[in-house]
Design a protein. Structure first.
Length: 277
């Protein structure tokens, strides 16, 4: 069943567990996340980046949510940038959207997020926004675009926009890190104590299990994770091609699905989203 994302993250925030939001990009990865959620009885947030075919992936997600009706799942647009993509996502059945104006000045971020909240809430769709900016791991040591979230700004931002959840920047980065991730846990604790909505952490991959467990404990509710899952899926295909004398494409796709699924299950278990229905 596809639900708006707040139906998944509000209970998670109340019960202090995290829910991973795996980035999917084709049928195998959608199948993998539903199988993982079904086996572990975990709620599911299916995250789709704007650059993919939103209509096709929504159709696939609807087919799988029909096959796994017991799983509370949200179909979420990750890093929505273009206004048109956000409208298209809502129109095609996404139950949650992110508007990412994290590189804009505060007032512009507020104004544009508010506009999306008004439209999305009119049709029961949840909205995530980002304040501060989570940069790229490849430039982790020296990324001029990365900016930590300021607590006072976060309080004002949530009040003024009415967003359902807020992505914050506390030291994670997207993709693999050049260097060691250093998370600002006191900042997280302070933001959690002042902001009412669930908090989101982007750049889950390679951040380290201990860091992630601590982040959940201190108040993160949704964890975005992509690179580690793609890597696990691709490694499973590579291994298959290296081992088999006559590798078959359809089996390679299954191997990819399995590698991706196992990595997803790791994050569900780590964050404590299992056994929830
Ligand atoms: P990683 O690829 O680093 O896990 O980040 C994913 C993400 O934050 C997508 O929004």
């Amino acid at each position: 069943m596809l639900l708006s994302m707040d139906k998944i993250i509000q209970p998670a925030m109340n019960d202090q567990y995290g829910v991973p939001a795996p980035n999917i990009y084709n049928m195998e990865t959608v199948a993998a996340v539903f199988e993982a959620a079904g086996e572990l009885r975990s709620p599911l947030i299916i995250a789709v980046l704007e650059r993919y075919d939103l209509e096709m992936l929504a159709d696939i997600a609807k087919i799988y949510s029909g096959r796994f009706p017991q799983i509370p799942a949200a179909l979420h647009l990750d890093h929505g940038n273009k206004y048109e993509s956000i409208v298209r996502a809502i129109r095609t059945g996404f139950t949650s959207v992110m508007i990412d104006r994290s590189q804009c000045p505060f007032d512009e971020n507020v104004r544009e997020t508010k506009e999306i909240v008004k439209m999305a809430h009119a049709v029961g769709v949840s909205v995530e926004a980002e304040l501060g900016h989570v940069g790229m791991g490849v430039s982790y040591q020296n990324d001029p675009s990365a900016a930590f979230t300021q607590t006072e700004d976060a309080v004002r931002f949530v009040q003024e926009t009415g967003v359902d959840c807020l992505a914050i920047a506390i030291g994670t980065a997207h993709g693999r890190y050049a260097g060691t991730p250093q998370l600002d846990f006191p900042r997280l604790k302070e933001i959690r104590s002042r902001v009412s909505v669930p908090l989101v952490l982007h750049g889950g991959s390679s951040t380290g299990d201990d860091n992630l467990v601590k982040a959940i404990k201190l108040g993160i509710t949704k964890l975005n994770v992509g690179t580690d899952l793609f890597t696990a899926g691709i490694n499973a295909i590579k291994q298959y091609f290296e081992q088999e004398e006559f590798p078959v494409g359809s089996i390679a796709a299954q191997k990819n699905q399995l590698g991706y699924k196992q990595a997803t299950m790791h994050y569900m278990t780590l964050l404590g989203s299992h056994d929830k229905f």
